[in-house]
Design a protein around this ligand. Structure first.
Ligand SMILES: Cc1cc2nc3c(=O)[nH]c(=O)nc-3n(C[C@H](O)[C@H](O)[C@H](O)COP(=O)(O)OP(=O)(O)OC[C@H]3O[C@@H](n4cnc5c(N)ncnc54)[C@H](O)[C@@H]3O)c2cc1C
Length: 532
């Protein structure tokens, strides 16, 4: 707001800070995305409650309900759709609630005698995943399923469903949830687990953030930490469309034969400039074992006319240091630190996530692709569609965001969540997106470029249409999806939407918690002020 009247040096310094997710996250008036063309723009709430306890949250919920206020809830502030941002609202901001507590033998409340005590971690709702990873993996040598991006909020991600780099083995974050403490619209502090308020528990697992109440604490299963985590990189440039088509088909086969299993995750990017960029991760292999899996694919590439492979890497590190900011910030290309003077060394993010801070989005689409598309009889159809997609825009295939090839236990846990069942047999979530640097309407030199944004959105939509054609019942990941998603109830939750609506009606009958395209939002005006 001040930037609109600030001197140029002050304004430019402020905008430079918008590239830092920690700066964004620590300011209740800012969000990780600055907006979206024709959709929303980041705007501070009128007042914010900096909650430090469940009691503060109860007071905030009661105050908002009694005074009939528009209420917004923010944790990590990473919503692409701006669902933690509501102009003219009261904000409950949980950033200060970030305690992490490990348990050797956790039993959920009311589940005594029905649940085997198990290793778990309780995380307060405002924590970022890096705080959970630091406590669970770096300090205690265990594994918890969270998100890939270090600065995403714990509560927002679990309610999204939630994928991390190794979800192909450990499942969704929501699948690992054992218990939540949540303040519902009536101001009650409720415990939700398999036996206590089980309907609310199910809804919180993937039903979307900001719709059912304010979560104050989550308890998640922890798992044995693998010995190594590793990465496979490679960039393959094709010199012609024909060579690129051959490469895409070969990658589809490689995916079916070698990557559709719990070891692999992260992404393959198909670029419009006829480039395939691999940024894969693995677990459950050492460096040699992983290299043996990928070598035949790289050998095939090298033997082809018209394909050039660069930046090839297969590396593994002890899993214990994977989220150790003090170590990983010194490995070139791995993590980067919070660049503010005096910032804690633990404040780190993956180098590849840096470009996302402050983005003003032009367009964003996601789609789960069923693993049946990898079958030999479908592989050519899929490869051709991928090529056509790239004529419009580049596409990222996130292998870790689909559970096709995951262990049956991970699939069953995800089946028992509100997440769209399309995730269960998807080999990947495709994301096609584009944006522009941080922008605010009315700030000289930093206005959004709307014309460019609209053109980009059109191309992104055209790109995704090529793949959507292959899927009879297209599903999109609620938290990484189009602000203007058509048939959003079906796309985000599939056959689970009716059950989720019933949970919403029971726990928030008057619509205190309304977010863009959240459960029950069809009953409200777009700004969340007027019941329809
Ligand atoms: C850079 C970036 C990287 C991402 N990486 C991943 C990834 O690797 N895997 C993945 O699955 N997703 C990823 N996402 C998507 C992310 O998981 C979702 O946007 C998630 O909802 C963000 O949670 P948050 O707390 O950070 O955001 P917020 O914007 O604070 O919250 C998101 C939603 O949850 C609600 N909410 C927040 N806290 C609470 C609470 N305590 N109680 C109730 N509702 C609450 C908000 O009201 C809002 O509707 C990424 C997003 C970004 C911007």
């Amino acid at each position: 707001v001040e930037s609109r009247t600030a001197t140029e040096p002050v304004r430019e310094a402020t905008f430079k800070s918008l590239n830092n997710p920690y700066f964004l996250g620590e300011n209740p008036g800012l969000t990780q995305s600055t907006g979206w063309v024709g959709a929303w723009e980041s705007e501070p709430s009128v007042y914010a409650i900096e909650a430090e306890s469940t009691g503060d949250v109860v007071a905030g919920v009661n105050f908002a309900r009694e005074h009939n206020l528009r209420l917004a809830v923010r944790g990590g502030g990473h919503s692409y759709q701006g669902t933690s941002n509501a102009p003219d609202s009261l904000l409950i901001w949980t950033r200060k609630m970030h305690e992490v507590q490990l348990h050797d033998g956790f039993v959920a409340e009311g589940c005594e005698g029905h649940m085997t005590p198990q290793p778990a971690v309780s995380v307060d709702a405002g924590a970022m995943w890096i705080q959970a990873y630091d406590a669970v993996s770096v300090k205690a040598g265990r594994y918890v399923q969270g998100g890939g991006c270090t600065t995403v909020g714990v509560a927002g991600l679990v309610q999204s469903g939630g994928f991390g780099s190794f979800s192909k083995n450990f499942g969704t974050a929501a699948g690992s949830l054992l218990e939540a403490e949540v303040v519902t619209a009536d101001g009650e502090v409720r415990i939700a687990n398999e036996r206590t308020n089980p309907d609310l528990f199910w809804g919180l697992k993937g039903g979307g953030g900001g719709s059912l109440g304010v979560v104050t604490r989550l308890t998640l299963k922890t798992h044995e930490l693998p010995t190594f985590f590793g990465a496979v990189n490679g960039e393959i440039k094709a010199s012609s469309d024909e060579a690129y088509k051959r490469l895409i088909l070969q990658f589809v086969r490689f995916c079916r034969e070698s990557l559709l299993n719990p070891h692999w995750g992260e992404k393959a990017e198909f670029h419009s400039e006829n480039v395939l960029k691999l940024s894969l991760v693995f677990q459950g292999y050492d460096q040699k074992e992983a290299a043996a899996v990928v070598q035949p694919f790289f050998d095939w590439v090298r033997a082809q006319n018209g394909l050039t492979l660069t930046n090839q890497l297969v590396a593994a590190i002890p899993a214990r240091i994977f989220w150790d900011g003090k170590v990983m910030r010194n490995i070139p290309g791995a993590m980067v630190g919070d660049d503010r003077p005096g910032a804690p060394l633990e404040n780190v993010l993956w180098a590849g996530d840096k470009d996302q801070a402050g983005v003003y989005w032009n367009g964003y689409e996601s789609l789960w692709l069923p693993d049946s598309l990898l079958k030999p009889e479908n592989e050519e159809r899929l490869a051709e569609a991928i090529f056509r997609t790239t004529r419009h825009w580049s596409a990222e295939f996130h292998l870790n965001k689909g559970l096709g090839g995951a262990p049956s236990q991970a699939i069953e846990l995800a089946r028992n969540t509100a997440t769209n069942p399309a995730v269960l047999d998807a080999f990947a979530l495709v994301i096609i997106a584009g944006g522009q640097p941080a922008a605010y309407t009315g700030v000289p030199g930093h206005e959004p470029n709307r014309a460019m944004g609209r053109r980009g959105a059109g191309e992104i939509a055209a790109a995704m249409a090529e793949l959507t054609e292959l899927v009879p019942e297209p599903g999109a990941y609620v938290s990484e999806s189009n602000y203007f998603q058509p048939s959003w109830q079906r796309a985000f939750w599939g056959t689970n939407y009716e059950r989720l609506s019933a949970v919403k009606r029971k726990y928030d009958p008057d619509g205190l918690f309304i977010v863009r395209h959240g459960v029950g939002s069809e009953d409200w005006s777009a700004d969340g002020f007027e019941p329809l």
